[in-house]
Ligand binder design. Structure first.
Ligand SMILES: Nc1ncnc2c1ncn2[C@@H]1O[C@H](COP(=O)(O)OP(=O)(O)O)[C@@H](O)[C@H]1O
Ligand SMILES: [Mg+2]
Length: 301
């Protein structure tokens, strides 16, 4: 976990001068001193840690006329892992599915409010949901490789579908994605065998490779390890921690130890509402809401 006191203070909205503002206030107009550079770098690092990659405003989700999410306001920090926890049925999966426009694929389902990817409104009329899902990939609870395809083709299919690479680059991109998902060494000699011959944990890493192959900006994971044995779970957790240097990761988990191990920030939900969003260490050790405390100490849920 990489949560420092200064970051959490920043997160609470203390304003920080930008690089440009800092430079403009350098009245001498000369090369900055080493101290000034150190300050700028510290500011830049702190800023990078808390820039939101994805923001929701009064997000409401419905199945028919039943409101499931009751106005969620959240800012998911850029290139950090955010865990979403809360009791079964509180709307974690629904929230995730609103973030890449999958919720609306369920008949009768609808969404209100706004979701911004950077500064782009993902529900704006000119946004193509298929193109959007290329930027916001998703991994599900049960590994779902394409059952008739080889290991290679499972990853290549996504690249072909989105037409993101030329034919001669395909093998390289498949290898790259499998390496990123920490699966390459285990499958490099059997790439053309059926994907269903892999273990559950390997299949899940294959699904992660498939999602990463098209280089999304954000990776949504809905309880990606809950169907796996402890060793495979360990692989997936290590992988998530590594992915954070390149991706913004949102992971739903019912496992609080897992959230504590792998996430930088945690969002706690209850009955369709966001109760608390904090740096993970804070949420687990010094929560600001009594309901969070009751949940993380196991007194309900
Ligand atoms: N397809 C659906 N139709 C109607 N209600 C649904 C559907 N899917 C989920 N729900 C309801 O929405 C609520 C939130 O579900 P969900 O987002 O799956 O919760 P979680 O992932 O936190 O367990 C639950 O009350 C659930 O019963
Ligand atoms: Mg769920």
């Amino acid at each position: 976990m990489s949560v420092s006191g200064s970051e959490s203070a920043l997160w609470r909205g203390r304003s920080v001068p930008s690089f440009r503002e800092t430079a403009a206030s350098n009245t001498r107009g000369v090369v900055p001193t080493r101290d000034e550079i150190a300050v700028e770098l510290a500011v830049a690092r702190a800023r990078t840690a808390v820039v939101p990659a994805l923001t929701t405003y009064d997000l409401r989700a419905y199945y028919g006329s039943t409101e499931i999410l009751h106005g969620v306001n959240l800012a998911f920090p850029y290139r950090q892992v955010t865990a979403i926890i809360g009791p079964s049925g509180c709307g974690k999966s629904t929230l995730l599915r609103c973030l890449n426009r999958m919720h609306e694929l369920t008949p009768g389902a609808s969404v209100k409010g706004r979701v911004l990817l950077g500064n782009q409104d993902i529900y704006a009329p000119d946004v193509d949901p298929v193109a959007l899902r290329r930027k916001i990939g998703m991994v599900f609870q049960r590994p779902n490789p394409f059952p008739t395809m080889s290991i290679f083709d499972n990853v290549a299919a996504a690249l072909r579908w989105h037409r993101v690479v030329r034919r001669h680059e395909l093998a390289d991109r498949v290898e790259q994605a499998l390496r990123m998902a920490a699966l390459w060494d285990e499958v490099k000699d059997r790439l053309h065998e059926n994907a269903l011959g892999l273990s559950g944990g390997q299949q899940q890493r294959l699904c992660i490779a498939r999602a990463l192959a098209i280089e999304p900006e954000i990776l949504l994971m809905d309880e990606p390890a809950s169907a796996l044995d402890p060793i495979s779970t360990g692989h997936i957790e290590e992988l998530i921690v590594q992915l954070r240097s390149r991706y913004t990761v949102l992971i739903v988990t019912h496992n609080m130890q897992q959230a504590a191990r792998i996430s930088d920030y945690t969002a706690f939900m209850l009955m369709g509402e966001l109760i608390e969003f904090s740096p993970t260490a804070t949420l687990f050790t010094n929560p600001s809401d009594s309901r969070t405390e009751a949940y993380v100490t196991g007194r309900f849920g």
